[in-house]
Design a protein around this ligand. Structure first.
Ligand code: C2E
Ligand code: MG
Ligand code: MG
Length: 730
C-alpha cells in the first residue's frame, strides 16, 4: 500500500523535484540553488523558526509530499535537503504505522485548522527505527504554508531510556522487594531509604516505622556501635564492604541475632550513593549452637559446669602451675546420706535439693575457681591461685559452711551436710587424673571419720586406698580358692537353753594375714559388686549346711539358719530369684531360712526395699533386724519393715561400762518389740548374769560366747548331739 501510494503520489505531481532518496543525487547544481531560493522565499518564516530548533519541523502538502523540512528533521532521517524536499513523507514510516497514520492524515485534511498528536515510528535512511512524537496541524488555508505543519520530537532515546528504567525497576523489585533475605538501603547518614518486606517482618516494624530512621532505635543498645562503626569505615574507604553480627530488639521486645552484609552502591566516579544492606536472621542457629555448647559443658540439672569443662580447667590450672609455679586444689564434695532424702521425699525432691545445694555452693565460689557437678550427689571444686595448702582448707570450710542452714524442699525442712576430700597440687603429681582420684581417697577418709568434715589427702592415704583395693582383689581370689568359709554360731532359746538355729558368719583365712575379721573385709567388699558374690556364697553354703542338720527335738521343730544380707543385695534385681532357687534345690522349708538385715537397708530406696521384702515374705521367708539400737532408724521403720525377730545389739546386752540406765534401756527395747509382736533376740551374751537379766525381761532368744562362738559346720553334729548347757551349768 505504501509503495502504491507513493508511486501514485509521484505520478500525480510531476514536479522538477524527484523523490529524494532515489533521484536527489541527479539534480543539477542550478536546480539546487533554484530550489534553495524558492524554499527560502516560501518558508522564510518557518525557516526562521525551524532552522535552529531542536524539534522537528516539516510541512507536507495534501498529497503527502514534503515541502519543507528543518535541519533537525533531515538529520533525524539521515538525508539531505535535496533528498527530503518533494519526497513522499509516508515512505519514511514504519510499515506497521502507515495505515493508522494515513487514516488520521485524511481526517486532518478534512479538518481546517485541526491538529492531531501521535507517536509514530519512522525508518531513517540508514534503516534505523526512530520514534517521533508529532503534532500535525492543518494549515492548508495558510497561503504561505499551504500544507500540514508537522512539529515534533525524536523520543527514541527517551523511550529506550524509560524502557530500560522499567526493566531495571522490575529487576530491582524482584531482587529487593521480593527477596527472601531482609534488605535495606540507607543513605549516607545511614538512614533507611528503602526496606523490603522480609526486613520489616524480621524486625516486626512496618515500613513506615522504619523509613527515614537509622537503625539505632531497633538495635540492641550494646550493638549500636558495631553498626555505626562499619558504616563509617565504609564511608572512609577503609573497607570495600563489611560483614558483621548484630542484635536487633524486635517490636515485640524479642532479641534477634542477624548477620549483616553491608556494601556501598557507587556512581561511575566511585562516589558512594547509598548502602545496600542485606541481613540474615541467625537467632535460631545461635541459640542452638549456644545450647549445644552449653549442654556439652554443663550439667543439665544444676546448670553447673560438667566434668568435661572441669577437666579442661584442671588441665589449664595444671599447665599454669607447672609453668609459673603456685598451688591449686581439687575439692571433691559428697553429700552425706543424700539417699535418705531421695527415698523419703522422692526423686523430684532429691533433684530439687541438688539444685538448691548447687546454688548455695555457687554463692561461695570465687570468680577464679570452678564449681562442677561431678555426678549424683558429688561436686568438684577447683581452687586456683592458692598461697598455701591451708587456703584449700579455707575453701572447704566455706563450702561446708554454705550448707549449714537447713533447706526447704517439698514443704519440708531438710538438713543436708557434706564431706570433702581435698588434694593440693604439688610437683610430684604429674597426671591430671591423680587429683580427682586422690581427692576421692581423702573423701573416703572424711566419710570414715564421721562425715560432715573435710580431709586433706596425704600420700599414706594413697597407700591405704591401695591396700583396700588389694584386699578386695585378694578377697575375690579367696572366694574361688576356698579360703572363705562359713561358720555357725548357735542361737539359744533362753528359757530352755536349747539350740533353735544358727547364724551363718563369714570367715576368711588369709594365707599370710591369718584370720581377717568380717568387720574388715565386708565393708571393703561393699565398695564393689564383690559383696553380691560373697552374699550369695554365704546363702548357698548356709542353706546347704542347714539341710544337713538333724532335727533338734522330738516335736519335729527344725533348726533354722540365719543369713546376713548386705544392704546392697537389696538393689540386686536377681535377689529374689536367687533365694528362691537356692531354697528349691535344698530340703529346707521356707521357715528355716531367716534373712538378717541391718537398719542400713532403710538408707536405700525404702519402697524398693519394702517391695523386695514383701516378695520374700510371701514366699514364707522371715526377717531379723540385726544390730538393733545402733543405727538411727525410727520406730516407724520398725513398723514398716515388720521383722519377725529383733536382734538387740550386744552394746545393750554387755555394755562396756556399767550404767544403771542400761538395764532400763534393755528392758524398754524388749518390751517395745513384744508390743509390736516381735521375737526378741539378744546378741553377745557372755555371762550368766546377762542371761538371767534377759530372762527376767522376757527376752526369748540369745547368742553369745556364753555358749559358743561361730564354729565350722563339721563341729555342729557333736554340738547338737550334746544338747546345750551354759558354761555355768557344765
Ligand atoms: P553380726 O551379724 O551382728 O554378727 C554377730 C557378730 O557378733 C559376729 O561377729 C559374732 O562373732 C559376734 N559375737 C557373737 N557372740 C559374741 C559375744 O558373746 N561377744 C562378742 N564380743 N562378739 C560376739 P563377726 O563374725 O566378726 O561378724 C561381724 C559382722 O560382720 C556381723 O555382725 C555381720 O554384720 C557381718 N557379717 C558376717 N558374716 C557376714 C555375711 O555372710 N554377710 C554379710 N553381709 N555380713 C556378714
Ligand atoms: Mg547378724
Ligand atoms: Mg549383730
Amino acid at each position: 500500500m505504501t509503495s502504491d501510494k507513493s508511486k501514485k503520489a509521484n505520478k500525480d505531481k510531476k514536479t522538477s523535484h524527484a523523490p529524494a532518496p532515489k533521484t536527489g543525487k541527479s539534480k543539477s547544481k542550478s536546480e539546487e540553488s533554484k530550489l534553495k531560493s524558492v524554499y527560502a522565499e516560501r518558508f522564510a518564516t518557518l525557516t526562521e523558526v525551524g532552522q535552529n530548533s531542536l524539534d522537528l519541523l516539516l510541512v507536507i502538502d495534501k498529497t503527502g509530499k514534503v515541502t519543507y523540512a528543518n535541519p533537525i528533521s533531515l538529520t533525524t532521517f539521515g538525508i539531505s535537503l535535496e533528498e527530503g524536499i518533494g519526497t513522499d513523507a509516508f515512505t519514511y514510516l514504519h510499515p506497521d504505522d502507515v495505515e493508522r497514520v494515513f487514516t488520521r492524515f485524511i481526517e486532518l485534511l478534512q479538518t481546517p485548522n485541526g491538529s492531531i498528536r501521535d507517536t509514530v515510528r519512522t525508518i531513517a535512511a540508514n534503516g534505523e527505527i526512530r520514534e517521533l512524537e508529532l503534532v500535525s496541524t492543518n494549515a492548508l488555508d495558510n497561503e504561505v504554508v499551504a500544507g500540514i505543519i508537522v512539529n515534533g520530537r525524536d523520543i527514541t532515546e527517551q523511550t529506550r531510556y524509560v524502557q530500560q528504567l522499567q526493566a531495571l525497576e522490575e529487576r530491582f523489585r524482584l531482587a529487593f522487594e521480593d527477596n527472601m533475605a531482609p534488605m535495606i538501603f540507607t543513605d549516607l547518614n545511614d538512614r533507611v531509604i528503602a526496606a523490603n518486606d522480609a526486613f520489616c517482618t524480621m524486625i516486626g516494624f512496618s515500613r513506615e516505622e522504619v523509613l527515614g530512621q537509622n537503625s539505632t532505635p531497633f538495635t540492641y543498645p550494646e550493638d549500636i556501635g558495631i553498626t555505626e562503626d562499619s558504616h563509617q569505615r565504609i564511608l572512609r574507604g577503609e573497607v570495600g564492604q563489611s560483614r558483621y553480627v548484630k542484635r536487633y530488639v524486635r517490636k515485640d521486645g524479642r532479641l534477634i541475632y542477624v548477620e549483616v552484609l553491608r556494601s556501598p552502591a557507587r556512581d561511575e566516579d566511585g562516589n558512594i550513593l547509598y548502602n545496600v544492606i542485606s541481613e540474615r536472621d541467625i537467632t535460631d542457629e545461635r541459640t542452638l549452637a549456644a545450647e549445644l555448647s552449653h549442654q556439652a559443658l554443663h550439667d543439665t540439672l544444676t546448670g553447673l559446669s560438667n566434668r568435661a569443662l572441669f577437666n579442661d580447667r584442671l588441665d589449664q590450672a595444671h599447665a599454669k602451675v607447672a609453668r609459673d609455679g603456685g598451688l591449686f586444689a581439687v575439692l571433691l564434695l559428697d553429700l552425706d546420706d543424700f539417699k535418705g532424702v531421695n527415698d523419703s521425699l522422692g526423686h523430684l525432691a532429691g533433684d530439687e535439693l541438688l539444685k538448691l545445694v548447687a546454688r548455695r555452693l555457687e554463692k561461695v565460689t570465687r570468680a577464679t575457681d570452678t564449681l562442677c557437678r561431678f555426678g549424683g550427689d558429688e561436686f568438684l571444686y577447683l581452687a586456683e591461685g592458692l598461697r598455701a595448702p591451708a587456703d584449700a582448707q579455707l575453701a572447704a570450710t566455706r563450702l561446708l559452711g554454705a550448707l549449714v542452714d537447713p533447706f526447704f524442699v517439698a514443704g519440708t525442712q531438710v538438713e543436708q551436710h557434706a564431706s570433702i576430700g581435698i588434694t593440693v597440687s604439688d610437683a610430684t603429681t604429674s597426671e591430671r587424673t591423680d587429683f580427682i582420684q586422690n581427692a576421692d581417697v581423702a573423701l573416703y577418709e572424711a566419710k570414715g571419720e564421721g562425715k560432715g568434715r573435710f580431709v586433706l589427702f596425704t600420700p599414706s592415704m594413697h597407700q591405704q586406698a591401695v591396700d583396700r583395693f588389694e584386699l578386695v582383689r585378694e578377697l575375690r581370689q579367696a572366694l574361688h580358692s576356698g579360703d572363705l568359709k562359713m561358720h555357725y554360731q548357735p542361737i539359744i532359746d533362753l528359757a530352755t537353753t536349747e539350740i533353735v538355729g544358727f547364724e551363718a558368719l563369714m570367715r576368711w583365712h588369709h594365707p599370710v594375714r591369718g584370720w581377717v575379721p568380717p568387720n574388715v573385709f565386708i565393708p571393703a567388699a561393699e565398695q564393689s559388686d564383690l559383696i553380691l558374690d560373697l552374699g550369695y556364697f554365704a546363702l548357698r553354703e548356709a542353706v546347704a549346711a542347714a539341710s544337713s542338720w538333724e532335727k533338734s527335738d522330738d516335736e519335729g521343730k527344725d533348726l533354722y539358719v540365719s543369713v546376713n544380707l548386705s544392704a546392697r543385695q537389696f538393689h540386686d534385681p536377681a535377689l529374689v530369684s536367687i533365694i528362691e532357687s537356692v531354697l528349691a534345690e535344698s530340703q529346707l522349708t521356707r521357715e528355716q531360712l531367716i534373712i538378717e538385715i541391718t537398719e542400713s537397708v532403710t538408707l536405700l530406696n525404702v519402697s524398693e526395699t519394702l517391695n523386695v521384702m514383701e516378695h520374700l515374705s510371701r514366699l514364707g521367708i522371715y526377717f531379723a533386724l540385726d544390730d538393733f539400737g545402733t543405727g538411727f532408724s525410727s520406730l516407724s521403720y520398725l513398723a514398716l519393715l515388720q521383722p519377725k525377730i529383733i536382734k538387740v545389739d550386744q552394746s545393750f546386752v554387755s555394755p562396756s561400762f556399767e550404767n544403771p540406765r542400761n538395764d532400763a534401756l534393755l528392758e524398754a527395747i524388749i518390751s517395745l518389740g513384744h508390743k509390736l509382736n516381735m521375737t526378741m533376740l539378744a546378741e553377745g551374751i557372755e555371762t550368766t548374769e546377762q542371761l538371767e537379766r534377759l530372762r527376767s525381761f522376757g527376752c526369748e532368744l540369745g547368742q553369745g560366747f556364753l555358749w559358743s562362738p561361730a564354729v565350722a559346720n563339721d563341729e555342729i553334729p557333736t554340738m547338737l548331739k550334746r544338747g546345750w548347757a551354759t558354761i555355768a551349768e557344765r
